[in-house]
Design a protein around this ligand. Structure first.
Ligand code: SF4
Ligand code: SF4
Ligand code: SF4
Length: 424
């Protein structure tokens, strides 16, 4: 039985293929606290890749309002329910042992439940590689259903709680979850495909569907836990996010041959997104790269967490959790690292505050940053502790080591000279 190591679960797990890793891995960090659901990302992907006949219902990037929204509808609730049934049947619990944290190989502890691969593998009548389901046409048809619908009282949609509240938790809450393919380390779509039409590129870990090999069996649609592959009726084959690979390869003239962030990343109005390529060791662990912004956010500061790590695909999209939502809900979605991540985000260290300024500042992929220390500009108390803010400047460099961004914590104020005061 092939076993692979999943560092997000802190343990080896069953996967139908032998372990093999790319040299670099496409990854991204989204700061949910800043997303305004403007859908600019969604439209930038749509207008670039899915504007043709047969693609009308496809949104390779989408932004949904949690907890009720989802594209396809209730994709995560439905899979969590299937997983729950599998655990009950096996007499097991989908729990984490967060006390067993141990360095980079077990940063969140150990997941003691079953992944979607293990749940399917252990089933008496094993039919599929991973636990999943194929959404109906209706479930795909309303990508932004329940937009801005809050949960306020005992899970009743739209009913608000009017009691005064303060952080750490709001009684009436929702948040926006921006999603695309996670270009997983152990993709369920790839494992599910009976035609071996799905592959993970050795140079950057991007997961693609070979349109020539695909025969439209839709196994990837059913078994991707994040529901990212989509079937196109006009061509009778499946399609999914391609990570805008021509941009990653530096083919877009804007960056002069340097790796460039994808369309949905560079379009982000709320500046919630930072995308990059992280170097991997031969065993799939992240090579130490202390001044790489994604390495810092995920591995050093641990402020950004994988989406539903318990599914077992080792997704490469990471999220800074929304600090006002109930912790049990967030722990289910992002694992046991939630409390630490939110505490770090509430009172950011000097370095974290500087690195957060890099989000959406350049179309170039940033490979390294440096911080130039500035003056103290603010002081307050957070959680009963003194917190100081410094006007540091963060400098970002592209793959060739060229400076591509320089931004300070405090935005500079420009005062317009009086000569223009009556000019409109
Ligand atoms: S998110 Fe889904 S489609 Fe994307 S790589 Fe992972 S399993 Fe495949
Ligand atoms: S990375 Fe490119 S293809 Fe993928 S969702 Fe974003 S814009 Fe679309
Ligand atoms: S563009 Fe950015 S802020 Fe707007 S919806 Fe997309 S992720 Fe959120």
């Amino acid at each position: 039985m092939p076993e692979v190591y999943n560092w997000q679960l802190g343990r080896p797990m069953y996967y139908p293929y032998q372990e093999q890793h790319p040299r670099e891995q496409f990854a991204f960090v989204f700061n949910i606290n800043r997303c305004i659901a403007c859908q600019t990302c969604t439209m930038s992907c749509k207008s670039t890749w899915t504007f043709s006949k047969g693609q009308e219902y496809m949104w390779w990037n989408n932004v949904e309002s949690k907890p009720y929204g989802g594209y396809p509808q209730a994709w995560d609730a439905r899979l969590l329910e299937l997983l729950d049934q599998a655990h009950q049947k096996a007499g097991r619990e989908a729990v984490w042992d967060a006390t067993r944290r141990d360095g980079a190989r077990q940063p969140y502890g150990v997941f003691e439940g079953m992944t979607i691969f293990e749940a399917a593998h252990g089933a008496e009548q094993r039919e599929e590689v991973a636990l999943g389901y194929e959404p109906s046409d209706e479930e795909w048809s309303s990508p932004n259903i329940y937009e801005d619908t809050a949960v306020g009282q005992k899970g009743v949609p739209g009913v608000m709680a009017f009691q005064p509240v303060q952080l750490p938790e709001h009684l009436t809450w929702f948040f926006y979850l921006a999603r695309l393919c996670n270009h997983c380390t152990y993709p369920a779509c790839l494992a599910a495909c009976p035609r071996q039409a799905i592959y993970k590129r050795p140079e950057d870990g991007i997961v693609l569907i070979d349109q020539e090999r695909c025969r439209g069996y839709r196994k990837c649609v059913a078994q991707c836990p994040y529901k990212r592959p989509m079937f196109r009726t006009t061509t009778r084959v499946s399609e999914k996010c391609i990570a805008c690979y021509p941009r990653i390869e530096g083919k877009d003239p804007i960056t002069g041959g340097e790796p460039m962030e994808t369309r949905c990343m560079t379009a982000c109005v709320g500046k919630i997104r930072l995308q990059g390529l992280v170097k991997l060791n031969g065993d799939g662990s992240w090579a130490e790269d202390r001044r790489h912004p994604l390495y810092y956010l995920v591995k050093v500061e641990k402020v950004a967490l994988p989406l539903y790590p318990q599914f077992g695909t080792e997704p490469n999209g990471y999220y800074i959790p929304p600090r006002w939502a109930p912790r049990p809900y967030l722990r289910q979605m992002f694992g046991p690292g939630v409390d630490e991540a939110i505490e770090k985000y509430r009172a950011p260290s000097r370095e974290l505050l500087a690195v957060l300024q890099l989000f959406r500042t350049s179309q170039h992929i940033i490979y390294r940053y440096e911080i130039i220390e500035g003056q103290k500009v603010f002081e307050t108390t957070i959680n009963g502790k003194k917190w100081e803010m410094f006007n540091d400047t963060v400098v970002g460099y592209n793959k060739s080591g060229k400076e591509v961004v320089r931004v300070s914590v405090e935005e500079p104020t420009y005062i317009r000279p009086p000569i223009h005061s009556n000019s409109i």
